[in-house]
Write a protein that binds this ligand. Structure first.
Ligand SMILES: [Zn+2]
Length: 504
């Protein structure tokens, strides 16, 4: 458990405060008073009468707002930057499975610390890590990920990813198109140990506590990658614990065509099995039909929009305006760092721009303030901290950031929220607090030594690349023709909805 001191009182004062409260109040030259890990006052300068000792932190000229929330990453991928090029998801997955498997606890911890460092330094204070440990989840691996996030000082919800089907059975691939030797290797693979998974989860979710920076929830890889038996068991677990669940959903057309019943769809099916409720989040939701959207609304889930990976991997454009019209909360995620940096500002900006291509009525375009608010409130909900983070108000947790918007990138100034959404890269973030702890001070991480993390990460990357066998690389090559045919055939195949952008 954390041994952090809870009761120090401090005041961040002098900046322009964007509260993102119910009225989206903006306070010029305001003050945020915190005690321990809680905000105890947000308002104008001089209104709060302090008694006793307090640290006063002058942030004059800066923007003070809640820390942003990255509602979908994969921490292991911070070690795989620059490893993917022009691959659609299904080919990308072959490489990820080969390069991201069998990590040691220390490698997992370093990956989590590195991802956390990038996020904290660019204004993200909360993250959902769709935690993948291949071939099987282990208690030590999960402990290492938690340690990495807690040491770095970021708030993390860890959704432990699992599936039990062979990868080739989760895609529309004809087995006989694979070379015999590759097929034989797939068939020789042992099944993931589901008993082990649920036994770790039974113990871990009972330990979830508001006193800890990290919490653990269920993390289905994707419904098409799970047997019916596994989905039923997951539903039973979720109904019993209500711990929360996070899953990839309908990312690509090759996934959409795998729905067992295209009329009903995956979302309705998971809803019937008891997997989905307001503690659940569906990531991507690109190839969602009207039925899927209705089922998502009925189930109370949050959708996590990942426009950067969806475009990088050519998956398509998620119908976000339709989701918003259906009153489904939409959070934002950067997805794995092998699809680009975990930069929420780039992600939100791209998501905002893509929405403008999907509907002719420009009066429905979403304004910058709404995009930022959607990130914060829906992100908090998906993390299981609804109303406690993503807002500056009395009683909320002290997860907040300061921007120094001086310099050529931002000046001269216009509308504040327009600056944050359309111009910011995360590089103007100067100071960050998570749970009342100052983890970035004047652009420097205080929680960990970033240089030693970078050094160790580079060494891990070098060693893991050297240990990748020629056989593994050849196996990927041998599968390429069958995968290419599957992807092209599926994309050309008639389907009731279109989510890519063929130009006529
Ligand atoms: Zn993902």
């Amino acid at each position: 458990m954390d041994q952090r001191v809870k009761k120090n009182r401090f005041c961040i004062k002098g900046g322009t405060i964007l509260t993102f409260d119910d009225q989206n109040s903006i306070i010029e030259e305001g003050e945020v008073w915190c005690e321990g890990n809680q905000i105890i006052f947000v308002g104008s300068s001089g209104e709060f009468k302090n008694e006793g000792q307090a640290e006063i932190i002058d942030q004059r000229g800066k923007i003070i707002c809640p820390g942003f929330i990255n509602a979908h990453t994969h921490s292991y991928s911070s070690l795989l930057k620059g490893s993917v090029e022009c691959d659609p998801l299904d080919l990308y997955m072959l490489k990820v499975i080969a390069t991201g498997s069998a990590m040691s606890p220390r490698e997992i911890e370093i990956a989590a610390m590195l991802d956390a460092a990038s996020m904290l330094l660019s204004g993200t204070t909360g993250v959902i890590d769709h935690f993948s440990e291949r071939p099987n989840l282990s208690a030590n691996g999960l402990k290492a990920a938690r340690k990495g996030f807690e040491t770095a000082g970021i708030r993390a919800t860890i959704a432990t990813m699992f599936a039990d089907k062979l990868y080739i059975d989760a895609i529309p691939l004809k087995r006989d198109e694979l070379p015999d030797q590759v097929l034989a290797q797939y068939e020789a693979q042992s099944s993931p140990d589901i008993e082990n998974y649920f036994s770790i989860m039974e113990k871990t979710v009972l330990e979830n506590s508001e006193d800890r920076l990290t919490r653990v929830i269920l993390g289905v890889d994707g419904p098409q990658r799970c047997t019916e038996e596994l989905l039923q068991r997951t539903g039973e677990f979720q109904r019993r614990h209500h711990c929360g669940l996070h899953t990839h959903m309908l990312e690509t057309k090759t996934q959409a065509v795998m729905a067992p019943d295209t009329q009903k769809g995956f979302v309705s099916h998971l809803l019937d099995l008891g997997l989905l409720d307001n503690f659940s989040s569906l990531v991507h939701f690109v190839w969602a039909s009207e039925n899927d959207i209705s089922a998502a609304r009925e189930s109370g889930v949050t959708v996590v929009h990942c426009p950067a990976s969806n475009t990088m991997l050519g998956a398509g454009v998620s119908p976000i305006l339709k989701l918003r019209e259906a009153n489904i909360p939409v959070a934002f995620g950067t997805d794995g760092s092998n699809c680009g940096p975990p930069s929420l500002f780039e992600t939100m900006r791209l998501g905002c721009f893509l929405m403008r291509l999907t509907d002719p009525n420009f009066e429905k375009w979403v304004r910058s303030e709404d995009i930022l608010k959607s990130n914060l409130s829906a992100g908090a909900r998906a993390m299981g901290w609804d109303g406690k983070i993503g807002v500056l108000k009395k009683g909320a947790l002290a997860d907040l950031i300061c921007f120094d918007l001086s310099g050529h990138w931002h000046e001269p100034y216009g509308d504040i929220t327009s600056h944050l959404l359309y111009y910011e890269t995360g590089q103007s973030v100067s100071d960050v607090w998570v749970d009342g702890q100052r983890v970035v001070n004047n652009r420097n991480l205080t929680s960990i030594d970033i240089n030693s993390v970078l050094e160790e990460a580079a060494e891990i990357r070098r060693k893991r690349e050297l240990s990748l066998s020629i056989d593994t690389l050849q196996r990927i090559e041998l599968q390429y023709p069958a995968f290419k045919k599957m992807i092209v055939d599926t994309l050309e195949h008639d389907f009731p909805i279109e989510r890519r952008m063929p130009l006529s």
